[in-house]
Design a protein around this ligand. Sequence first.
Ligand SMILES: Cc1ncc(COP(=O)(O)O)c(C=O)c1O
Length: 406
Amino acid sequence: MDRDQIIATEQKIMANVYAKRPVVIVKGSADLLWDEDGKEYIDCAGSYGSCIVGYCHPKVVEAIRNQSEKLTSCHGSMYNDSRSELLQRIANIAPNGLDKVFLSNSGAEAIECALKLARKYTGKKEIIAMMGAYHGKTLGALSVTWDKKYRDPFMPLVPQMKHVPFGNIEKLKENIGTDTAAVITEPIQGESGVRFPPNDFLKQLRELCNEKGILLIVDEIQTGFGRTGKFFAFQHSGIVPDITCLAKGVAGGIPIGLTLSKNEIMSSLKVGEHSTTYGGNPIACAAAAATIGVLEQENLAEKARVQGEYLASKLNQLRENHPIIREVRGLGLMIGVEMRFDVREVILESLERGVLMLDAGRNVLRFLPPLVITRAHIDRTAEVLDEIIGEKESERLRGKPSEEHA
Ligand SMILES: Cc1ncc(COP(=O)(O)O)c(C=O)c1O
């Protein structure tokens, strides 16, 4: 199929639920992607953060190839060598106490398991989530997600899920009741604009949950796996949650979801109360085990810290020169650039110039590149952004209308 046929086919047959970009991607390596014409793109979007170790990392490719020649599927009701290898690797890196794992296929599924666990273990119903939260779009995960545009068309959602302002410990205290099972939070809110809570929030939240005897669920689906400079972002706060969820980059780009919890919590689920046919699939497990190996051998969490500081410094230089950049905020290689206008045009124009970027809300550009991104590619990204913003500023001076945000 040529480019036009590929686009026409997806438009005709695929559910129309993604805001599509006009590009056909056919190949990837490390922090680069190529389209069907051979045009190269620096990928600062990292497939929405799921390409932690870079595209087609040779060790991940080798693990997938070897496993796919041996065994492609093995239900969780049987034991499997590839799965055990992954579980052992997870046990080696998980903080003390998070010693049991449920394996699934996506972030939303990892969240579903966490919500069910909280209800089953505590025997209580209510879950408190944060305003601005994003936890996925299956009905349970959607019930703790905040944005009305995702929720409203699907009401009624799961009952007894409520939201309080992100990072506000006093509001949380007021809202915890006798039927509260758990609080769920992202350490840094990704989808709603790379938003940080106050510094001591997770620590205070941990103490509050201990005091009230409720569970703390930390969603690390976007922040985890080295992205922020530590394996889990909650490690910056020195806490350990009762349940945590991982997905996105865990298997080097192959679908997987992990729900980790304390043994006694996971053990509250009895045989048959939760399962998924592909959970613990041997190919996904082999890819994930290889990905963890790469993270460790290439010290990628530390690379994320160093390259993240470099990218943030370049973006801050731009902010000094361009008043239409309001703020640069981030940790490791999870960075948001808040603009004074709609960023969709910047995303389309950067695509033209060979750099893929993401949005996070209407006026925030989001950077979630593979942790292997090079300095040269960070420099090029900053250059492209500088050019585009410079042009936007000239347009404004010439009086071309733009969608300014308050
Ligand atoms: C913090 C967070 N939680 C959950 C999800 C849902 O993951 P998935 O899209 O794999 O269902 C996402 C996806 O972006 C996310 O960023």
